[in-house]
Design a protein around this ligand. Sequence first.
Ligand code: ATP
Ligand code: MG
Length: 329
Amino acid sequence: MKARVLSGVQPSGNLHIGNYLGALANWVKIQYNYESIFCIVDLHAITVYQNPAELRAKIRELAALFLAAGIDPKHSRIVVQSMVPAHAELAWLLTCVTPMGWLERMTQFKAKAAAQESVGDGLFQYPVLMAADILLYQAAIVPVGEDQMQHLELTRDIAQRFNSQYGETFTMPETRLPAVGARIMGLDDPTMKMSKSAQGTGHAVALLDAPERIRKTIMRATTDSNPGVDFESMGPGVANLMNIYQALSGWSDEQMRSHFTGMRYGDMKKQVAEITVEKLAPIQKRYHEITAEAGYLDAILQEGAEAVTPTANSTVELVKSRMGLYTRG
Ligand code: ATP
Ligand code: MG
């Protein structure tokens, strides 16, 4: 039996090249080596307010983008989290074994809470729900961007605590980062990671942005006061653009250095913009084909949820019985 892979994206805004390079592209690459489950984590998205009509549309958009980027629905499962109630059920069971102090240390909670006027309890519980997503399927590998490393560590801590209190139950999941592109920074502010939920037109390149918009965003990206590309003394803005180019091209460090060293920023940005436009074009084309086909997406999402439900339910049953809750004798 192949080991299981699980990962997810929140339908909380426009999917950007950080999500693509940090997560989605990696999923596409490794999907056939594992039994793969990729989730649209809508229960995570509502940890901050989402307009219901927009959320509904974003769930479908994200499913279509998974397919357009190359997730193969004949092999991998695409699952909308809220279609499988076991995610929420396991999250509660794990909430009860998670000390609040562990959650208070989460940097994502601190950053996201600081941006809210009123902080919902869901935002605090977010990492427990994420642990439930992973442990529900006994996933061995979790391919994510660098920002999720802390949540993965917490997932292992929760699994370990459960296993030691109630007996061996959960597989320990391993974090899998891409070699290049694990942390793409904001184009307007290279000290902040690129995020769907960040505001500002110059912040991110979205996967569905038109070529002109992509060019404009990249040409305006923050650089530094050097005259041209210098790999020995690079500001974070230039390093980020080089990182994006390297992740999209698959070039080695040597190729990057010999091609870009000394290049003026205007010329370098043009090349970053062109490779981005070129790599996103086939994804955009497939996206429009997929969304034009009535019923196709719903069938895949239905199939995905049905396929994973027995595994999810049997984990919940096992956890309930380990904890002493009522299970049918
Ligand atoms: P939000 O602002 O709503 O949290 P997000 O851009 O952080 O959105 P998520 O849905 O939280 O996106 O994360 C989806 C996946 O994308 C995760 O695996 C995450 O690690 C990865 N990811 C998110 N941002 C980046 C980034 N800037 N660089 C690389 N990977 C990223
Ligand atoms: Mg995020």
